[in-house]
Design a protein. Structure first.
Length: 549
């Protein structure tokens, strides 16, 4: 199990560090030897594991992904705007980026992954004003909730998290460079525009390549036609706001380019280039960000650097819920916490959201979630059965080759544009084969080690076998109780949460004693009492284990 240890979660951000603008994560990771995809401390299968071919929105084809400096893959992923709790559509994107980074790390690749936290934008300013608090008091709750949700879903934290409000000087500097390059202008009093007086805009005419990423059929560019909001869907290309003049009383910064606040697009360009350089390997985000956000990032950056901002653009398709677009008005809108409170396990939510490859539309349904729950049960039951089996030394040819075949199929599927659906299939085939062999009593200890090693590689990316489900559920229940949403908590969770870990341990100790004293009546009573409260106990050779159902 040494392999899994190198993927042990590191603690990452904590609230006490909240005031720091940027937090670099100390991370345990296997070091890559140059540009090669060596497996390091993983069970060696280097021949199977050569290249990741990943769809590149910019080139419109599958491109091989490797660090351009031969050492470290530098990637940027657009992060959350912290004005609300994250919904499963957001998390599908973050999970698929997690699949990408976990697979790269499984390959021994060194990664420098930067994610922004947007803590100032139109929506935040509006919501904070409605709540009657400054934005600096409004966003920390949602930022922490986001980080907690990442932990619940076993999403690894990026090496660098960067808050927009902590990078105002870098953004001002970029506007000044754009201005010097003739790609930014400031609206003055009485220019007749009516919007954004004193604001800075990007001059679209200065960047003829605008639209090269989304390949949208943009209508003719009208010089000087402006758009002031952070998000817009129109296909007509217009000059967009870089820096917005503010009205009295609004959140603002006094800077060399005037008093105001940054537009949303500007922050990503400024922070990405600060931490990754003017040109880096990969930029990721949900497909809804492709236009205008990513086009605008490209325009802002490349107009001054004349280098490609990112060589590779990775976009995750949005999901449907029960075949329809997820929306609050449709009543099919779910946050992660909504699903945890309905009694679904965090691991099942993770598996349901990653099982469909990132470029395919995922239709999220509760049946799908139940299937994921069952699949995880199969995986965990199998691992526990295999570990417990008393086996003679040695290996058998059929099981060694079955393991090898599963491993090869798994890596081949992930190397092929991260095909998670195809990567899962050989693993479940292997489980069927080994279960039959266990039934027939023909598994040897060396087979078990080999099969567990393959499952470790699977879990290095899928991260669902190791059972870390209790904590997210417990936290969600506590959160709902503290926020006054107790009615949203599924009854079975309340029953299971009714006993603390210590109380369960005490009951199990009492049951052990009763059994030792051959008081089977009491021992059965305790078992039944625990079962009624959703606690399953399992008598193993090395003692009694328990879990919450
Ligand atoms: Zn962004």
């Amino acid at each position: 199990m040494a392999a899994r240890d190198s993927f042990a979660r590191t603690s990452g951000l904590r609230t006490t560090e909240h005031l720091a603008g940027t937090i670099e994560k100390a991370q345990k990771r296997p070091e890559a030897g140059g540009n090669c995809w060596a497996l390091n401390d993983f069970h060696a299968v280097p021949d199977l594991f050569m290249t990741l071919r990943l769809y590149n929105t910019l080139s419109g084809q599958l491109d091989e992904l490797a660090p351009s400096d031969g050492n470290e893959l530098r990637m940027y992923a657009c992060g959350p705007t912290v004005y609300d709790y994250g919904h499963i559509g957001n998390f599908r994107t973050f999970l698929q980026v997690d699949v990408l980074r976990r697979f790269l790390r499984l390959a021994g690749m060194k990664i420098r992954h930067v994610m922004n936290i947007t803590d100032v934008d139109d929506k935040i300013i509006r919501n904070a004003a409605a709540a009657g608090v400054p934005i600096g008091e409004y966003t920390p709750l949602y930022e922490q909730a986001f980080l907690d949700d990442l932990d619940s879903l076993q999403i690894e934290r990026p090496e660098i998290l960067a808050r927009a409000t902590a990078h105002i000087p870098e953004m001002v500097d970029l506007v000044e460079r754009l201005s010097a390059a003739g790609a930014a202008y400031r609206t003055g009093d009485g220019d007749g525009a009516g919007i954004g007086t004193g604001s800075w805009y990007f001059r679209l005419k200065a960047f003829p390549e605008y639209g090269k990423l989304s390949k949208k059929d943009l209508e003719g560019i009208t010089d000087g036609a402006r758009v002031d909001v952070d998000e817009y869907e129109k296909d007509s290309a217009r000059d967009f706001a870089l820096w917005k003049a503010t009205k009295p009383g609004e959140t603002s910064w006094e800077t060399a380019i005037g008093t105001g606040r940054p537009g949303w697009h500007l922050e990503c360009s400024a922070m990405a280039m600060k931490y990754l350089g003017e040109s880096f390997d990969l930029h990721a985000g949900g497909e809804d960000l492709m236009f205008p956000h990513h086009e605008n990032e490209i325009a802002q950056s490349e107009s001054v650097t004349h280098k490609p901002l990112a060589r590779h653009w990775f976009h995750v398709r949005f999901l449907l819920v029960d075949g329809r677009k997820m929306s609050k008005s449709e009543g099919n809108f779910y946050t992660l916490r909504d699903l945890l409170l309905k009694g679904y396990k965090a691991s099942a939510i993770r598996l349901a959201l990653i099982s469909v490859p990132y470029r395919h539309q995922l239709n999220f349904t509760f049946e799908g979630l139940t299937e994921a729950t069952n699949a995880i049960d199969r995986l965990r039951t199998f691992v526990s059965r295999l570990k417990k089996a008393g086996l003679a030394e040695g290996t058998t040819e059929p099981l060694q080759s079955a393991a090898e075949k599963a491993e090869a199929g798994y890596f081949a599927a992930l190397e092929n544009d991260l095909n998670t659906a195809e990567a899962k299939a050989p693993i479940f085939d292997l489980i069927r084969t080994v279960n039959s062999a266990l039934d027939a009593g023909v598994v040897l200890a060396g087979d078990r080690d080999r099969v567990l090693a393959v499952l470790d590689q699977f879990d290095a990316v899928f991260a669902v076998i190791a059972d870390r489900d209790a904590e997210p559920t417990k936290s969600a229940v506590a959160w709902a109780q503290s926020q006054g949403f107790a009615e949203k908590i599924a009854p079975q969770l309340l029953v299971a949460q009714g006993l603390s870990d210590e109380e369960i341990d005490a009951l199990i100790a009492e049951r052990n004693l009763a059994r030792k004293q051959r008081n089977f009546k009491r021992s059965d009573e305790i078992r039944d009492e625990l079962a009624a409260k959703g606690i399953v106990i399992e008598d193993a050779k090395d003692g009694v284990r328990w879990k919450r159902k």
